[in-house]
Design a protein. Structure first.
Length: 352
């Protein structure tokens, strides 16, 4: 049951980070934005009207002896016009897709997760950026490579290591201190499942790992409680995966909505005073959507680092204590992610 739940959580996290919602709705959002631009903003001349109002307001400021403010308003409006015309002419291209802002933020977040968890075969964000230059299809492959270390470490923390603790009494694959019995365990897993056969412990005994074989033969209450606590941790992980998927989907929908309303944001951004607040609000909401991804992957990464260090430091302690600590770490990660996201969003609000 633990394996099934963890695999379901891994599938959910992987599905969320591959942006299926954004991929499915990107084309309709782009078409809707283009229709608004062609049928509403363009025919009504909203951009030109906004510029006229800007110059009129600036002239009014100038006649009141506020020449600096008048020049500032004109300068900001011209800067907004230049940026939106040159860089944001196609907001869907800028925000969506593997080569858009959303895709690069996802790659940055998963890259940070790989670095934090010290994956020896991980790929750095710079390598992914170079890999993505080969095209959209190649970018999809790079994204999968970026997510693989994070997903494999989640599997190791919630399946591989608990299996070793419950069946052999110790972690066999501690980085830098791998047990000589690890190769035998790999052979046991490759040739299994064994059901009620004594062959696995006999193989350990024959390999000189008698202490592990003796532990495996003793069906203690500590191991039974540990197994249920392990399943509890997996269920909490699945809850966290649901939260991750929900937050990621919400971020994608937010970005899609920002693409749709962008044609109206540009004229508003050219207006001085309160009209320009709509543009800053647009930027702030886009920033918040990106923050969700970074906070999610960083939290998963820190959770894995904490679990790894905790299991190693508690080596030799009763199993139920180790798995209680595992549950506590997952609960703490869920709480920490929520608080981290709120703090980063508060910072984004202050930039408004």
């Amino acid at each position: 049951a633990n394996v099934w739940v963890v695999h379901a959580a891994l599938w959910l996290v992987n599905w969320a980070l591959t942006f299926h919602v954004a991929d499915a709705l990107a084309a309709p959002a782009e078409s809707l934005a283009a229709a608004y631009q062609a049928d509403v903003v363009g025919p009504l001349g909203l951009v030109g009207l906004a510029l006229v109002l800007c110059f009129f307001t600036s002239f009014w400021y100038f006649t009141r002896g506020r020449g600096t403010k008048a020049l500032g308003e004109v300068g900001v409006s011209l800067l907004v016009l230049m940026v939106t015309a040159c860089t944001w002419a196609q907001p869907s291209t800028l925000l969506l897709g593997n080569n858009g802002v959303l895709g690069h933020v996802r790659d940055l977040a998963t890259g940070l997760a790989s670095i934090t968890t010290s994956i020896s075969d991980g790929t750095s964000p710079g390598e992914v950026a170079a890999c993505q230059s080969g095209g959209e299809a190649n970018a999809d492959q790079c994204t999968a490579e970026m997510q693989a270390p994070l997903l494999s470490n989640i599997h190791a923390a919630f399946v591989d290591v608990p299996y070793q603790l419950l069946n052999w009494g110790q972690q066999l694959d501690v980085p830098g201190q791998q047990s000589p019995c690890l190769a035998t365990e790999a052979q046991i897993l490759a040739e299994g499942p064994w059901g009620t056969s004594n062959t696995p412990r006999d193989m350990m005994d024959s390999a000189g790992c008698s202490a592990l074989a003796t532990f495996n033969a003793d069906p203690s209450a500590d191991r039974l409680i540990g197994a249920f606590l392990c399943l509890s941790a997996a269920l909490l992980l699945f809850l966290q995966a649901i939260l991750v998927a929900g937050a990621t989907i919400l971020a994608e929908l937010t970005v899609l909505a920002l693409v749709v309303v962008f044609p109206f944001v540009v004229p508003a951004g050219l207006l001085p005073g309160g009209g320009r607040d709509l543009l800053w609000s647009w930027v702030t909401r886009a920033l918040k959507a990106m923050i969700v991804l970074v906070a999610t992957c960083v939290t998963l990464s820190l959770m894995l680092v904490t679990i790894s260090s905790l299991i190693q430091s508690m080596s030799g302690d009763p199993l139920f204590e180790i798995f209680i600590a595992l549950n506590a770490v997952v609960v703490g990660a869920i709480i920490f992610r929520g608080r981290l996201t709120k703090s980063l969003r508060r910072i984004a609000d202050q930039t408004h």
